[in-house]
Ligand binder design. Structure first.
Ligand SMILES: Nc1nc2c(c(=O)[nH]1)N[C@@H](CN(C=O)c1ccc(C(=O)N[C@@H](CCC(=O)O)C(=O)O)cc1)CN2
Ligand SMILES: NCC(=O)N[C@@H]1O[C@H](COP(=O)([O-])[O-])[C@@H](O)[C@H]1O
Length: 217
């Protein structure tokens, strides 16, 4: 009897080239017995939503604005809005049928709070993230440019890419797989970004496969 498929939910915010790598790999030996059951973006204009639609994958635009409108534009109000947004995102995902085995952050440019992470963990769903840096380096947004700058100004010889477990502390979760990328003297930022994106597209598939291999269906 064939094993039931692994189900992925992918979170995006932009172009979706890493989502496309997962779409292309799903069901192949690179990512066997796996399907993407839903794609969620926090940005309406994310081209990744079109990529998902072309692949007949259901999509949701999870908009922060309605949550912000319910609260004053103060620090406390912003925190309350993000708390409700994250709890709503968790409820959305846990209400999906089939429920995902793994949530993959593929260029998801929103820091996930415990209001998302806790209910997802309680439901036994893993969350992993693609980050264009090595463990302990350049956490947060803009990692590629910061590594490029460090290559120019500090003589940094290499950066890299990792797939890691998502915890409350940003980009600090246990690494699942890493790949070093050399920094080349005189290379432009665009050229480095192109080389890093090529590494990302392979690593996000490998990191997702390794994560699924650890899950008993
Ligand atoms: N709790 C966690 N949330 C997220 C993680 C994580 O490891 N733990 N990884 C990120 C992805 N990411 C880097 O890999 C990242 C994305 C965005 C930001 C950030 O500063 N976002 C700002 C808003 C930026 C914007 O909207 O343009 C913010 O959320 O305030 C940092 C790191 C996914 N989330
Ligand atoms: N901190 C996370 C982060 O910076 N992720 C970056 O978002 C891009 C998404 O590209 P995509 O939308 O084409 O997949 C990725 O290239 C990755 O470097």
């Amino acid at each position: 009897m064939s094993q039931s498929p692994y189900n992925l939910v992918v979170l995006i915010s932009g172009n979706g080239s890493n989502l496309q790598a997962l779409i292309d790999a799903s069901g192949t030996p690179a990512l066997p017995n796996t399907r993407i059951t839903h794609v969620i973006s926090n940005r309406k204009a994310a081209y990744g939503l079109e990529r998902a639609a072309k692949a007949s994958i259901p999509t949701t635009y999870h908009n922060l604005v309605p949550f912000k409108r319910k609260h004053p534009q103060t620090e406390a109000g912003t925190t309350a809005a993000r708390t409700e947004y994250d709890a709503s995102l968790a409820a959305l995902i846990l209400g999906l049928e089939p429920r995902p085995d793994v949530i993959v952050c593929a260029g998801w440019m929103h820091i996930l709070t415990p209001d998302f992470l806790n209910p997802i963990a309680a439901a036994g769903v893993k969350v992993i993230n693609l980050h264009p840096a090595l463990p302990g380096e350049f956490a947060g947004a803009g990692a590629i440019e910061r590594a490029w700058e460090a290559g120019r100004s500090e003589g940094l010889k290499r950066t890299g890419v990792m797939i890691h477990e998502v915890i409350a502390e940003v980009d600090a979760g246990e690494a699942i797989v890493t790949r070093e990328v050399e920094l080349r003297e005189g290379e432009s930022l665009d050229e480095l970004e192109t080389r890093i994106h090529e590494v990302e597209h392979g690593l996000i598939v490998e990191g997702t496969r390794r994560t699924l291999e650890g899950i008993k269906k």
